[in-house]
Ligand binder design. Structure first.
Ligand code: ASP
Length: 341
């Protein structure tokens, strides 16, 4: 694997499989049954220049659970970038303080520019509408686990990506990772103007996958294995788009009616979160809460194990985990993480 994780382009089937195996080994630690100190003494720089809850906190938690410690900075206001410092200078400085860096930034390509100036591993926590590789890895890990539970496999699976496919960096990374698998059926549904970039569709098709674009969700999806829906990324709209955007019509809503009437008992529902719960946003509907097909909170739990696997692999301690485990000493409830699993 490359020294950084900037894009899923640096991964192949072997490196993805390796990360899936290491993530599975991390589960007892992520579920707070065991502890390890393999990263004792190491310091993570967690630099977030865009809003984040899950990615920032789960990277932080993952590093701590491996025995390391974390220093972070959130937003431009409290960093020297507000004083005009360049990515190059910030990168050089942070490399003297930290052993690994996670960065999120609103500009596409900025995390790669930052990584070019440092010798410590850098993980892209989201660069504008570009990529979000760790999210795509935890998504693949989730699909793999859900398929194992349901007795399904990737080969020939039918996966629907819907929502904002133009600006959604999670679906950009995910569709590229999916393209490494045996031929799949991928269906794309997005509101007008928010279509998946053509270059990504061409890439996936050239790798032997069947890609179908549909105009709305009001069609038959009874053979669907996964619906992966995303938030409309209004913060990335141009002024003109913002003025003309009419909102999301009922034809694009993933809710209980869609799942019950169009899909099947074994269709799982995923979303990178956050879901926009404001009135009129028409994001993934809360009427699916408690439905076993809703995998979104299993997905967020899986993020810890996968992010631990990424750190352990980039910092070359992945082979030490098994030898460095002991039981926790504090009280842990019989079930950690989400209540409705
Ligand atoms: N949390 C994801 C991201 O940072 C998805 C989203 O914001 O809608 O890309």
């Amino acid at each position: 694997m490359s020294p950084h994780l900037l894009s899923v382009d640096s991964l192949n089937r072997d490196s993805v499989n390796h990360l899936l195996r290491v993530a599975a080994q991390m589960e007892p630690i992520a579920q707070r049954r065991q502890v390890t100190r393999v990263l004792e003494g190491a310091v993570l720089g967690n630099l977030f220049f865009e809003a984040s809850t899950r990615t920032r906190v789960s990277f932080h938690t993952a590093f701590c659970r491996l025995g390391g410690s974390v220093c972070d900075t959130t937003g431009f206001t409290f960093s020297s970038m507000a004083k005009g410092e360049s990515l190059y200078d910030t990168s050089r400085v942070m490399s003297g303080y930290c052993d690994a860096i996670v960065m999120r930034h609103p500009d596409q390509g900025s995390v790669a520019e930052f990584a070019a100036a440092t010798h410590v591993p850098v993980i892209n926590g989201g660069d504008g509408p570009g990529e979000h590789p760790s999210q795509a890895l935890l998504d693949i890990y989730t699909i793999d686990k859900e398929f194992q539970r349901l007795g399904k496999s990737f080969g020939g699976a039918h996966i629907l990506l819907t929502g904002d496919l133009k600006y959604g960096r999670t679906v950009h990374s995910l569709i590229k990772l999916l393209s490494l698998y045996d031929p799949l059926r991928i269906t794309l549904v997005s509101p007008p103007g928010l279509e998946m970039p053509t270059a990504l569709i061409d890439l996936v098709t050239s790798r032997g996958h069947q890609v179908e674009v549909r105009d709305h969700l009001a069609t038959d999806f009874s053979d669907l294995d996964v619906v992966y829906t995303t938030r409309i990324q209004k913060e990335r709209f141009t002024e003109e788009m913002n003025e003309n955007f009419q909102g999301i019509s009922d034809d694009f809503i993933v809710n209980k009616v869609f799942l019950d009437q169009r899909c099947s008992e074994s269709t799982i529902v995923m979303h990178p979160l956050p879901r926009d719960s404001r009135p009129g946003a028409n994001d993934l509907n809360v009427d699916l809460n408690g439905d076993p097909r809703l995998a979104i909170f299993r997905q967020t739990d899986n993020g810890i194990a996968m992010r631990m696997a990424i750190f352990a692999t980039l910092l070359h301690v992945d082979s030490l985990i098994e030898k460095d485990l002991r039981s926790v000493r504090w009280f842990v409830p019989s079930q950690t993480g989400t209540l409705d699993r």
